[in-house]
Write a new protein. Structure first.
Length: 170
């Protein structure tokens, strides 16, 4: 499907957590090839975000869960073809060997080690909100080279990132 430049694509991401560890996907494909991200993907036509999250979770990990916890939203805007509206969910799961995933390789990463692996610029902030059990509405803007210009948390009206530095300390 040809998607018009600048339009937002809708997606759902599922953060898989066991205590202080996240089961993250080291992506094999763009966007974010080689980076560690939650599982998830695009919504299909006429699909709601919650149903999409359950479907993507099953497709990418084989896990068939009956419920997820809504954590927040992430809006990403750029002048290139990277514009997303993403609903983010949490699933607390038992520790297990990482299942096979055809989107890349799943790895358990301790929360304290997330900054030592490559992740998208938004994700460290998402994990912090999740660990604080705090619902969030993040709005991130990028330049044409995908450098984050700014990110705000709109519920508390907090500037989180501005340019090359983090403004908000957790």
């Amino acid at each position: 499907m040809n998607f018009p430049l600048g339009y937002k694509r809708s997606a759902a991401m599922i953060v898989l957590r066991h205590e202080n560890n996240f089961l993250l996907l080291k992506r094999a494909n763009p966007p974010h090839r080689g980076k560690y991200v939650p599982v998830g993907g695009k919504l299909e036509p006429f699909e709601d975000p919650y149903t999409a999250a359950l479907r993507e979770l099953k497709e990418e990990t084989g896990l068939a869960l009956s419920s997820l916890k809504y954590c927040g939203s992430l809006i990403e805007t750029s002048p290139i073809n990277y514009n997303w509206q993403c609903n983010i969910y949490l699933a607390d799961i038992p520790m297990m060997p990482p299942p096979f995933c055809d989107e890349g390789t799943l790895h358990w990463i301790a929360f304290k080690d997330v900054l030592s692996v490559p992740t998208p610029a938004t994700d460290w902030h998402i994990y912090q909100f999740i660990m604080q059990n705090r619902v969030f509405a993040l709005n991130a803007t990028y330049d044409q080279n995908m450098n984050m210009l700014q990110m705000t948390e709109e519920i508390a009206n907090e500037l989180i990132v501005h340019g090359d530095y983090t403004v908000k300390k957790y």
